[in-house]
Design a protein around this ligand. Structure first.
Ligand SMILES: [Mn+2]
Length: 284
C-alpha cells in the first residue's frame, strides 16, 4: 500500500502544525497509510509551547524526510520535497501556476479550517478545538482582515458554542499576548539573532493589549543593555498593541535609538527584517 507523507512549511507555525496533524488523523480514519512529519530541526519556542499546551507534542513529529514518498503539502505550496507532491491544501494566495493534481487553495482563516471543512463529522471535539485555535492564531484573533472570509468569525463562534468553549478566552490565547509581569523577561520574547554580512543584529517583539510609556521605556532600555552585552550592531524591538492597533519598531544601537510607528500590524519576519537586511547589505 502506498505511503503518504504530510509536511507543512519551513519554520512551521501553529496552523502549519495543527493542519498537518488534523489531515493525518483524517486520512488515517479513511484508511490511508500516512504520516505527518516536521523535518525542521528548530521550531519556534512559542509555537512549540502553544502546541504542547493543547496536546500536540511537536517533537514526536520531528523526523527526517522520507525519500521518494508521495507528499501532501499543508499551509504552503512551495517546499522542495524528496518525492512527488500529489496534493496541496493551502490558503496563501499565489499567482504562480501550480503543477499538482490536487491543489486546494482558497481564502480562509486557517488551513486547519480548510481541512476541517472537507469532512466536519470526521473530527473529535478536541480536534475541533485545535481548529478554533488555529483560526485565532493565524489571523491574530481576526485582526488581519486580508487573511479571512467574513463568515469565518461566525463559524468560529459556532464551533466554540457547540464545543462549550469560551470564545473570549481562546481569542485572547490566539493573540499570543506577551506577559508583562516581569519586564526583564518580557522584552526578549521571540528573540532572534541574525548575521547580515559582518553585522550582528538581534531582535525581539511583544504583543500586548496596551502598554504604558514607562513599561515601554524600561523594555527599550533592557534591549539596549542586551545589545551592549552581546556586542550587537543593532537591536530591533517590535511592540504590537491590539487596542490601538499599532506596531512600533525600535531600532536600537549602542548610543542611539530610532522609533517607527505603523497604524497596523507589521510582520517582523516578512516586512521588517528583510528591510534591515537590505540596509546592512548596502553598507558594505
Ligand atoms: Mn496558515
Amino acid at each position: 500500500m502506498k505511503q503518504y507523507v504530510i509536511v507543512g512549511h519551513e519554520n512551521p507555525d501553529v496552523d502549519s502544525i495543527i493542519s498537518g496533524y488534523l489531515l493525518e488523523q483524517l486520512l488515517k480514519r479513511k484508511g490511508y497509510v500516512v504520516e505527518f512529519i516536521i523535518p525542521d530541526k528548530e521550531i519556534d519556542r512559542d509555537t512549540k509551547l502553544f502546541c504542547q499546551k493543547y496536546g500536540i507534542d511537536v517533537t514526536r513529529y520531528q523526523k527526517d524526510w522520507v525519500q521518494n514518498a508521495d507528499y501532501i503539502l499543508v499551509d504552503h505550496h512551495e517546499r522542495q520535497v524528496p518525492g512527488n507532491v500529489i496534493a496541496i491544501f493551502d490558503h496563501h494566495p499565489t499567482s504562480k501556476k501550480i503543477d499538482c493534481p490536487n491543489f486546494l487553495n482558497k481564502r480562509i482563516c486557517s488551513t486547519a479550517m480548510l481541512i476541517y471543512e472537507l469532512s466536519p463529522d470526521s473530527f473529535l471535539d478536541e480536534e475541533k478545538k485545535l481548529v478554533v485555535l488555529a483560526n485565532f492564531v493565524d489571523t491574530v484573533s481576526f485582526h488581519l482582515p486580508d487573511k479571512y472570509r467574513t463568515e469565518d468569525i461566525e463559524l468560529t463562534k459556532e464551533l466554540c458554542s457547540s464545543l462549550h468553549l469560551d470564545y473570549g478566552e481562546l481569542e485572547k490565547e490566539g493573540m499570543m499576548l506577551t506577559s508583562l509581569n516581569d519586564l526583564s523577561k518580557s522584552y526578549c520574547n521571540g528573540l532572534k539573532r541574525y548575521q547580515f554580512g559582518p553585522y550582528f543584529v538581534m531582535s525581539s517583539y511583544i504583543q500586548v493589549l496596551e502598554i504604558t510609556e514607562e513599561e515601554r521605556d524600561t523594555m527599550v532600555q533592557f534591549c539596549q543593555k542586551r545589545l551592549r552585552e552581546e556586542k550587537a550592531d543593532l537591536y530591533v524591538f517590535l511592540i504590537v498593541t491590539f487596542f490601538k492597533h499599532t506596531t512600533t519598531v525600535y531600532y536600537i544601537k549602542e548610543n542611539t535609538m530610532k522609533a517607527e510607528s505603523y497604524s497596523y500590524f507589521v510582520s517582523r519576519g516578512s516586512v521588517i527584517m528583510p528591510k534591515v537586511e537590505s540596509y546592512f547589505l548596502q553598507q558594505k
